[in-house]
Ligand binder design. Structure first.
Ligand SMILES: Nc1ncnc2c1ncn2[C@@H]1O[C@H](COP(=O)(O)OP(=O)(O)O)[C@@H](O)[C@H]1O
Ligand SMILES: [Mg+2]
Length: 429
């Protein structure tokens, strides 16, 4: 579709949340935000920059939003574009830009819902298969989910992504083979099927119901209001009746309710389809720190690049292939396959050009993916600590503690950055 759209010479007006599509196709982005139209020039990175700037000028309540735009911009710079440049100076410029306003915006509400403790055994699929009315959807699926796994599921529509998630969740029973689920597993399911919600109740009540039932480890407390606020429900919006919510607000609430149940295995089925950019930003930030197992079916390459380390690809015959190294590695491998095995739209490779091998080992690719998620987080933490340090002022004790934490984060950031550059350069060759 992208190639088709880019080839067109006519004007094109596109309504989408697909950030990759925006990045590749749009030359101008117009955002509709709380009744106001903001027209940005340039494509997706330009839009993010303009958005960050706008946020800086806006009131404190809008600051969080700008923060997210900056984090994403940083991440974007480190993504494919930064990788192709090989240039250290480019990274340094991006970093400098981000550090310009260290004393700036307030930090995000520090609410981290713990996930429940997860034992060694998570979910194992042994030669699992599923047929519907004689048609084989999945066959011979062997997969072992381990603690800390973050896996994307990709495949064309109708290939069996939802079915595979269903097998893991116990919602779908296999026709052959078996699915073994560990005793400590608590599944969180965020799928396309709407959750029944009483239209006469209010947002805050719905969140309180779930949070009240969620036993948190470490005696940590979470208030329903704080959690709702992290997911962009202002105190006023928390009083809204569920029956009044827009489709997007309802989806955001459903997502929040799933996370509030503190699952340790989170299954997301096409999560980016009907969440707006802000909610997606919150979700991605949330997942960055989320300690549980993540399994997400998605077409959104931005989401996959940021959130997962490995990809399971569903093949035309219903078998499932494991692609270590996340979306980028999956994509690279797809492009190296012989033309016959590829998607029908892909052009055959020019004769004489040999396929490029990935230059990183399995573990290095995973490490690179991990670093790309981790770097913006470290930068955020560094900025927050620097702001704390400034606020500490004459309070010698607070300044000492914060200063030490800041030094540690800066050290960690430098090590991570050096390693990232090293790996990115090997990957580029
Ligand atoms: N409950 C069902 N009954 C009959 N066919 C189904 C059922 N669920 C899924 N299918 C079929 O199985 C195939 C895979 O579906 P699904 O897992 O939803 O694919 P995806 O999520 O990748 O789009 C599709 O052809 C779909 O029509
Ligand atoms: Mg599906």
């Amino acid at each position: 579709l992208e190639a088709e759209l880019r080839r067109r010479s006519g004007a094109l007006l596109l309504v989408t949340h697909d950030r990759y599509l925006l990045d590749r196709v749009a030359t101008r982005i117009v955002e509709l935000d709380r009744g106001a139209l903001h027209s940005g020039h340039g494509s997706y990175p330009g839009y993010l920059k303009a958005r960050a700037l706008r946020g800086e000028q806006a009131a404190a309540a809008e600051r969080r939003q700008a923060n997210r735009a900056r984090v994403e911009l940083a991440w974007l710079r480190r993504g494919p574009q930064a990788r192709t440049s090989k240039s250290r100076s480019r990274v340094e410029r991006a970093t400098a830009l981000l550090q310009r306003d260290v004393a700036g915006p307030a930090q995000d509400l520090a609410i981290d819902l713990p996930s429940r403790r997860l034992g060694a055994k998570v979910v194992n699929l042994h030669n699992a298969g599923k047929r519907y009315g004689g048609r084989t959807v999945l066959r011979g699926v062997d997969a072992k989910l381990k603690a800390g796994d973050r896996i994307g599921i990709v495949g064309p529509n109708g290939s069996g992504k939802t079915t595979l998630l269903g097998l893991v969740a116990g919602r779908v029973q296999p026709d052959e083979g078996k699915v073994v689920v560990g005793e400590t597993v608590v599944v969180g399911w965020y799928g396309q099927d709407p959750r029944p919600l009483d239209p006469r109740r209010r947002v805050l009540d719905a969140v309180s119901d779930v949070v009240g039932q969620t036993r948190l480890v470490d005696g940590a407390t979470v208030t329903a209001g704080g959690l709702a606020e992290r997911f962009l429900f202002t105190p006023q919006a928390q009083r809204a009746y569920l029956g009044e919510l827009s489709g997007g607000e309802r989806r955001r609430l459903e997502l929040l309710l799933v996370l509030a149940e503190a699952p340790n295995v989170l299954l997301l089925d096409e999560p980016t389809n009907d969440l707006d950019l802000d909610t997606l930003g919150v979700l991605e930030e949330y997942l960055d720190d989320w300690p549980g197992v993540l399994l997400a079916a998605s077409h959104d390459r931005f989401f996959l690049e940021r959130a997962v380390d490995d990809v399971l690809g569903i093949e035309a015959d219903g078998s499932v292939r494991h692609h270590p190294g996340g979306w980028a590695a999956y994509r690279q491998r797809q492009q190296q396959r012989p033309p016959a095995a590829r998607e029908p739209n892909d052009r055959a490779q020019a004769p004489g050009r040999t396929a490029r091998r990935p230059r990183l080992s399995y573990n290095e690719q995973r490490e690179l993916g991990h670093l790309e998620r981790r770097l913006p987080l470290l930068e955020e933490r560094k900025a927050a600590l620097a702001a704390d340090l400034q606020r500490a002022g004459d309070d010698y004790q607070a300044a000492t503690v914060t200063g030490a934490a800041l030094a540690a984060v800066i050290g960690e950031l430098e090590t991570a950055e050096a390693r990232w550059l090293e790996l990115a350069e090997i990957a580029e060759g």
